[in-house]
Design a protein. Structure first.
Length: 222
């Protein structure tokens, strides 16, 4: 007699849930647009100054540079590029301020030649000039000098970072600024030619160049 054997029930395997980590995406499956977990950082640290010799402040194992102020760590490519451009502009502006002070001194601070037709030697046009107008010209010259000194000390601090690209950008800024404001524009505008033709006693006070305050002092008549 044939025996009826029970047919075993066929069970479907239950799906195994994928582990979900705390970053908001499935484990092992990074979300689109997110960098891989093993990406190399732009640089290390929160920003340092005065490295041990000239070196780069980006790349594998390199420490970030601190740009002038607390919290201004150059830890991304965008920040680093902006800092390099700003450093170049500092060198350029230093030469620009030096040129503006020379031009201003020639136009407003140069002593007028004595009027031989006047009893006291004072030109007739200057007799009614207010003393405050003469003082204002010295205030403007002093303000230009102060702005130049701020940029000069910033340039000195940036050079002391010992960061190769930033230092190169600073020197290039000085180079372009000198060519533009100490060679090309003075030749075109004739700045300094009139002072060379005057006697030594009538020349305006010397206006210093745009050197760093630690190495080439900047002097002013103000």
């Amino acid at each position: 007699m044939a025996m009826n054997m029970p047919t075993p029930a066929m069970t479907m395997p239950s799906p195994t849930p994928m582990a979900d980590d705390h970053s908001g995406h499935m484990h092992g499956m990074p979300m689109p647009g997110m960098p891989p977990s093993n990406a190399t950082p732009f640089c290390l640290g929160d920003g340092y100054v005065m490295q041990n010799g000239f070196q780069l402040a980006f790349g594998d194992g390199q420490y970030c540079a601190l740009f002038l102020f607390k919290g201004w760590a150059l830890d991304t490519a965008g920040k680093y590029t902006g800092a390099v451009i700003f450093t170049f502009c500092i060198g350029l502006l230093l030469e620009c301020f030096s040129f503006c002070r020379r031009l201003y001194a020639q136009q407003f601070l140069s002593p007028e030649p004595a009027d031989t037709n006047s009893p006291d030697g004072v030109p007739e046009d200057d007799r009614g000039a207010a003393p405050s107008a003469h003082a204002l010209t010295h205030y403007v010259s002093s303000a230009l000098y102060a702005a130049q000194m701020v940029l000069a000390y910033w340039a000195m601090l940036l050079a002391m970072l010992y960061e190769s690209v930033i230092f190169t950008a600073l020197i290039l800024g000085f180079l372009v600024g000198h060519a533009l404001f100490s060679v090309f524009l003075p030749y075109k505008l004739g700045v300094g030619r009139e002072a060379k033709r005057r006697p030594a006693a009538e020349k305006p006070h010397a206006v210093g160049g745009a050197g760093s305050p630690c190495c080439a002092g900047t002097h002013s008549s103000s």
